[in-house]
Write a protein that binds this ligand. Structure first.
Ligand code: FEO
Length: 169
């Protein structure tokens, strides 16, 4: 059984994962509109993955006797400046999510809720991977700068990373 404090904290994380999914969906649409298919597929897959992160939490909260809530979400931006800015936004967002997961883990320890603590270890590991992937892409895009040919090759390259963000079941 989850306590009210844990339930509230997990519901807040459900909202964060749902918002992440929406932000990456907006990024996918923006990239697709500009003809960058690779970046768009990467972002669509990333958006799906965030939805999976959200669903996993929803199911856990309900299984543990709580009530998972579906919250109103903040509308994401329509455009993202440049690819460099967009991937910087993605990286910063993932760092924020990692911080939220860390805070959540801290709350489970305060509350001596070891079942939720154990459940959250999957998210801790996932955030390490997500941050590393985002940093890797950011390094690449920093090398390219605004070079059009470089961006074309980058788009093809990112397509190959889609498997890396596909949602495990
Ligand atoms: Fe679900 Fe990218 O954090």
């Amino acid at each position: 059984m989850v306590s009210d404090i844990i339930e509230k904290a997990l519901n807040e994380q459900i909202r964060i994962e749902a918002e992440s999914s929406q932000i990456y969906l907006a990024m996918a649409s923006w990239a697709e509109n500009q003809g960058f298919e690779g970046v768009a597929s990467f972002m669509y897959a990333h958006s799906d993955e965030e939805r999976m992160h959200m669903l996993k939490l929803v199911k856990f909260v309900n299984e543990r006797g709580g009530h998972a809530q579906v919250s109103a979400l903040v509308k994401p931006p329509v455009s993202f400046g440049s690819f460099k800015e967009m991937f910087q936004t993605l990286f910063d967002h993932e760092v924020m999510v990692s911080q939220k997961i860390n805070d959540l883990v801290g709350i489970t320890l305060d509350q001596r809720d070891y079942a939720t603590h154990n459940f959250l270890q999957w998210y801790v590991a996932e955030q390490i991977e997500e941050e590393a992937l985002a940093r890797n892409i950011l390094d690449k895009i920093n090398l390219i700068g605004d070079d059009k040919g470089g961006l074309y090759l980058f788009d093809n390259d990112v397509k190959l990373l889609v498997g890396a963000v596909e949602a495990p079941q």
